[in-house]
Design a protein. Structure first.
Length: 464
């Protein structure tokens, strides 16, 4: 009997093979398992939006084995698309190729758009042609009259249309035009790839995204949005005003996860009513901005806040205090299920931040705390965990040796046995491994188990 070849395998098996090679599908499965409500909440890693090159090559090689496989494999190979910052001709060629291949555009599920400082000039005419073909000019006639400085002297541009910068006329206006051109370019790619489920883009301060999308274009498939910092600009101009995302968010009615990895301010109402997960990475918001942001998240279930960088000049003096986090998140007390906080600012002097009580958060089931600057309240220390946790809590993770506190955990076990925490099933200590043979640890483990609570330790940080 002849051995089966790839081309003779059933479609279901071929799809399973492709899925094993597709990082997007594997990530999607993991995200679904978290959102289905698993109480063993694990701190989410910073998953990149670019597919592993080895996996991509494997998919392409699979497609080349047989023409019959091409249509099956192609949809997986094009799941991830990284629009990197590159020279103008390459960007033009990529966009033209995308315009000419609408079928392949439909397969793109994850899109990362780096900041492209596309110089207004002769090559801007290509963008104008794209906006016409995509119907953007029809719905936004003022795009016809957007006036990039294409009449500047010829020596301002090199032979591929890149800005030369050899003279300094209108130096104040030029950076502004670069930001505007980047915003239009982002809308062009969002119009081309409107079926994406995960989007990551670099924020350039002052840019307005989504304003030029055609009226009939929606981003209904978009579930996950990541806002990245374009550091070269932020260091000079300060935080991004999230009001610039107002139009984009209105188009993304089904967005359920928002990751912010850039300095932002948020004082303007945004369309975040369906958001289920909000993750802030090294983005220090003022208390008022964070309160405004959370107030608009009517269904938020997961909140993650990590801060482990040196504060910028724009962060110094902000009124954010970790002990006021529960009051800041009070609008979420009926919906928030999972909370993870890692606090370890890089400063020349040590500053201790104390976490306050979440007793009023009636839906909270999982709490993860870590970072050398985060501490439990000390007055009195032995009851600090009891005062911190709501009766609904199911899983607690304390990360770092400084949170390996014997008395508070021992007191928590006694209170749980008395019925104060009927749902508590697991307490983990990560980031260090205590001596399991020592009498205090043995006693603690026995006390926890006697209270019906699993006590686990792990040397690896949950935030690693």
């Amino acid at each position: 009997m002849p051995r089966p070849t790839l081309s003779t395998l059933p479609v279901e098996i071929l799809n399973a093979i492709c899925t094993q090679l597709c990082s997007h599908c594997k990530d999607a499965e993991q995200n679904e398992s978290v959102q289905r409500g698993s109480t063993s909440y694990r701190f989410p890693s910073l998953v990149g939006t670019s597919q592993d090159p080895v996996e991509t090559r494997a998919l392409i090689n699979l497609a080349r084995t047989c023409q019959a496989l091409y249509h099956i494999v192609t949809q997986f190979a094009y799941h991830d698309l990284h629009v990197g910052s590159c020279r103008t001709p390459r960007l033009i060629k990529f966009a033209q190729s995308s315009l000419a291949r609408p079928v392949l555009r439909q397969h793109v599920r994850r899109l990362y758009i780096e900041a492209n400082v596309f110089p207004p000039g002769p090559n801007w005419l290509h963008i104008e042609q794209w906006t016409r073909r995509l119907g953007m000019c029809r719905d936004h006639p003022h795009l016809h009259f957007w006036d990039p400085p294409i009449d500047k002297e010829e020596f301002d541009f090199d032979d591929v249309g890149s800005f030369d910068g050899s003279d300094d006329d209108d130096s104040a206006e030029y950076p502004k035009r670069l930001q505007e051109s980047h915003a239009v370019l982002v809308d062009v790619f969002l119009t081309l790839f409107s079926n994406v489920s995960r989007l990551a883009l670099d924020l350039t301060p002052g840019a307005i995204h989504g304003d030029f999308l055609p009226a009939l274009t929606t981003l209904d498939s978009l579930r996950h949005l990541t806002l990245c910092a374009y550091t070269q600009v932020h260091e000079l101009t300060g935080p991004y005003n999230m009001r610039g995302l107002e139009h984009l968010l209105k188009k993304a009615a089904n967005l359920d996860t928002l990751e912010i990895k850039a300095p932002v301010i948020s004082a303007h109402p945004l369309s975040l009513g369906n958001l289920k997960s909000l993750k802030l990475f090294d983005s220090l918001l003022s208390l008022e901005d964070l309160k405004n942001l959370c107030r608009q998240c009517l269904r938020l279930e997961v909140f993650t806040y990590t801060y482990s960088i040196a504060p910028s000049i724009y962060d110094i003096g902000k009124d954010f205090r970790l002990e006021e986090l529960p009051q800041t998140l009070v609008s979420l007390k009926g919906t928030l299920r999972c909370l993870a906080v890692f606090w370890q600012p890089k400063t020349p002097f040590s500053v201790d931040h104390y976490i306050s009580s979440f007793k009023d958060f009636t839906a909270l089931t999982a709490l993860v705390l870590g970072g050398k600057s985060l501490h439990l309240c000390e007055s009195p220390m032995d009851s600090s965990l009891v005062r911190l946790l709501p009766p609904s809590i199911e899983t607690v993770t304390l990360d770092g040796q400084h949170l390996g506190v014997y008395e508070p955990i021992f007191t928590l076990a006694k209170e749980a046995k008395a019925g104060s925490f009927p749902s508590l099933k697991t307490l983990r200590q990560t980031g260090f491994e205590p001596d399991s043979s020592s009498n205090p640890v043995k006693t603690l483990k026995e006390t926890m188990e006697d209270s019906g609570i699993s006590f686990e330790t792990c040397p690896t940080s949950v935030f690693a």
